[in-house]
Design a protein around this ligand. Structure first.
Ligand code: DX5
Ligand code: ZN
Length: 222
């Protein structure tokens, strides 16, 4: 499948979310990344189910909801009801990962596991079959605009090898510090979904920036 850039609304103008989302939707985006932070799992507080519901009403783009919360088990129902199409939970915050992934899939939503930069991909060995995608953090979660952690592509390659060794279909997503300078490397390492916040919404013309990122990613995949 062609790699997709998923613009992250964390870097959009929260007072003009509909306007910013429409910009990237018209520019050809196929997925929208939504960062949920609870001020506890990560030192920042963003949005909850009401905002996801509101976003759901103003776009037909699939919503890729990234839960950075301490107790995802208590919250996944609310985000499934709010309209998530992709829903990912952090490995580090989960007690019953198998149960959550099964539940997410049972609702027809794509289920994902997120790994912090320090968490090795080997922990996914037993759970990979229950996952539709794995999101590798390439910054420490909590804020947009941080510097890319340079060892992250090596981790992407390890994950790609693990997926191949199990002969299954699992998408690889990367999140944090990706811009025009490293998006091609991400795709070449094996990334299917590239989250981009600052590199899209932090620029003067998000539509143009999105297209540049998407074109660069698509070319790198050939
Ligand atoms: C960080 C979030 C990211 C963030 C990425 O914790 O999970 O999705 O929006 O922002 P950039 O692309 O600016 O690094
Ligand atoms: Zn994210």
């Amino acid at each position: 499948m062609k790699p997709r850039i998923a613009p992250s609304i964390l870097a959009a103008d929260f007072a003009n979310l509909e306007r910013d989302i429409t910009l990237v939707e018209r520019a050809g985006a196929q997925l929208l990344h939504v960062d949920v932070m609870d001020g506890h799992f990560v030192p920042n507080l963003t949005i909850g189910p009401p905002v996801v519901r509101a976003v759901r009403r103003v776009t037909s783009l699939p919503l890729d909801v990234h839960l950075m919360v301490s107790d995802p088990e208590a919250m996944i129902d609310d985000f499934l009801d709010a309209g998530a199409d992709y829903l990912s939970v952090h490995y580090e915050a989960s007690r019953h990962l198998d149960l959550m992934l099964t539940k997410i899939r049972s609702r027809g939503v794509r289920a994902g596991v997120v790994l912090n930069p320090h968490t090795p991909v080997g922990v996914l060995d037993e759970i990979l079959r229950k996952s539709d995608f794995v999101l590798l953090m390439s910054v420490n979660p909590g804020f947009g605009g941080q510097e890319f952690i340079s060892t992250s592509f090596e981790k992407v390659r390890k994950l790609r090898d693990l997926i191949r060794s199990q002969d299954i279909q699992v998408e690889i997503e990367i999140d944090g510090g990706i811009d025009l300078s490293n998006v091609a490397d991400a795709v070449q390492a094996g990334v299917d979904i590239v989250v981009a916040g600052t590199a899209v919404f932090g620029t003067k013309d998000p539509a143009v920036s999105f297209r540049q990122m998407q074109d660069t990613a698509s070319r790198a995949a050939i």
